[in-house]
Design a protein around this ligand. Structure first.
Ligand code: CMC
Length: 432
């Protein structure tokens, strides 16, 4: 069969180049432009990677038009309904769902890596008490490379696996330590008899002097939210992890760089920004005023939790969390949370507004997740930390996939230079 190619013609010189098309197993194919610069002297220009596939991957597939998300081929709706965070983490790392024994063994490994080197406690204490937990988390996760040198040989597959297990296991312990530091309470050690989410809840909300009971509804809700956040293809933080990793940097600092990228309000920081926005709106009667601001190009205000680079349909994760809000909030809160009512009204008004319809702006995963976190008792400044805990699975899986790829090279984008051409230095006394 003839190779599928795309021909590009330079209408100035008439030069033509035939470029091969690489076919995806599912979804859009990609034109392989690797030879373009060498053979034509042109770069491609695509700020924000609107049309650029930065790598090939077999982890996550998403169809923005359909609003479909698959982890290793499995629909997110099925995993959310039937699976657990630990099982999906196994699926992402190893490619297939585990059998019973594999799941028990994997859970055991993760549990056994949950403690932190005790000298890391001094590290947390060094942060100012009102530091944002994400700031502490970036530092703490990066510092793991100073404590666990024995798993930083990236050419060794077993080292890579141990580093992945360590990060998945230690992330809740680090997150809880960040929180405890900010409220001046003692750190609580992990309890290996608990589930991943249950352990996190206990480490965050228990104190050494009192008995603590985990709320099973909060535990289940957190596990489900974590599944929904595990991976999302080549988003900003995942691409950051891959780019950092492409230079051969150790996995701990690569994940720390992903946490830094996640913190921005256009990405994972949006869940915190949504709650701040809903508080600012305050009342249903103020919605039209805020919507006008969101539509005004001269106003930097955007409707947080709305819009997505890839989804031009309802984000499937938001759909699941929206349904969850009703059942979980009803069971967890003594009174109805007026913020949920406000969020629903805002969603309805925005979805019927011409501006949002035209631009295909729908609620994304961050629109409702904060409401669940709030109901569980998680403070607003910990929302993005929750996202980081879950996304660590995706980051390490993507990093492992990249390092194991024989064709992996350092990531090194080019640029369209728009600065001055070469010019000569002028002595200071001669400058005008
Ligand atoms: N409110 C108002 N207008 C918006 C919004 C919004 N939330 N999002 C996009 N638009 C407008 C934008 O102004 C532009 O209008 P025009 O065509 O008239 O210039 C159009 O929609 C296309 O937007 P864009 O900025 O070109 O889209 P993008 O793909 O570069 O940005 C986004 C995607 C998620 C950064 C953006 O929609 C946004 O800032 N949303 C709010 C923040 C948010 O909720 N982020 C979480 C994303 S999902 C979870 C995650 O990835 O972490």
């Amino acid at each position: 069969m003839k190779e599928h190619t795309v021909t590009i013609t330079d209408n100035k010189t008439g030069q033509q180049i035939e470029l091969p098309v690489k076919h995806a197993t599912h979804g859009p194919s990609a034109v392989d432009i690797g030879r373009l610069f060498r053979e034509t002297g042109y770069f491609t220009f695509d700020p924000g990677f609107l049309s650029t596939a930065s790598c090939q991957s077999s982890l996550t597939y998403l169809d923005g038009e359909k609003g479909e998300l698959l982890y290793r081929g499995y629909p997110i709706e099925q995993l959310a309904e039937k699976s657990s965070f630990i099982e999906v983490a196994y699926l992402m790392l190893y490619g297939e769902l585990p059998d019973q024994q594999q799941l028990i063994a994997f859970n055991d490994v993760i549990i056994r890596h949950s403690m932190l080197n005790v000298t890391m406690n001094d590290f947390f204490r060094g942060f100012y008490h009102n530091a944002h937990p994400m700031a502490i988390m970036v530092g703490a996760v990066g510092s793991l490379s100073a404590f666990y040198h024995d798993s930083t040989d990236i050419s060794n597959a077993r080292h890579r696996e141990i580093a992945a297990h360590r990060m998945i296991a230690k992330m809740p312990t680090i997150a809880a330590a960040c929180y405890k530091h900010s409220i001046g309470e003692p750190q609580v050690y992990p309890d290996n008899s608990l589930s991943y989410a249950g352990n996190l809840l206990r480490m965050m909300f228990s104190v050494p002097c009192e008995q603590f009971e985990i709320n099973p509804i909060a535990e289940k809700a957190l596990d489900l939210i974590f599944i929904l956040h595990i991976d999302h293809e080549q988003n900003a933080s995942t691409s950051t992890v891959r780019l950092a990793g492409s230079s051969g940097a150790n996995p701990f600092v690569c994940i720390a760089s992903g946490i830094a990228a996640l913190w921005g309000p256009a990405h994972g920081g949006a869940n915190e920004a949504v709650l701040t926005m809903l508080n600012e709106i305050g009342d249903v009667k103020n919605i039209p005023k805020f919507l006008e601001r969101a539509k005004d190009k001269n106003d930097p205000f955007r409707l947080m939790g709305f819009g997505h680079r890839v989804y031009k349909n309802y984000d499937p994760r938001a759909k699941i969390i929206r349904q969850m809000c009703h059942s979980v909030l009803g069971k967890l809160c003594h009174t109805n949370d007026p913020t949920l009512e406000l969020a629903q009204q805002l969603e309805e008004i925005a979805l019927n507004d011409e501006y949002f319809i035209e631009r295909k702006l729908y609620p994304n995963v961050d629109f409702y997740s904060g409401l669940i976190y709030k109901a569980i008792g998680i403070p607003t400044n910990m929302f993005t930390v929750m996202f980081a805990i879950a996304r660590t699975v995706g980051w390490v899986a993507q990093w492992m996939e990249m390092i194991a790829d024989d064709n992996q090279r350092i990531g090194r984008p080019r640029q369209l230079y728009i600065g001055p051409a070469r010019r000569d230095y002028i002595e200071i006394y001669k400058r005008k």
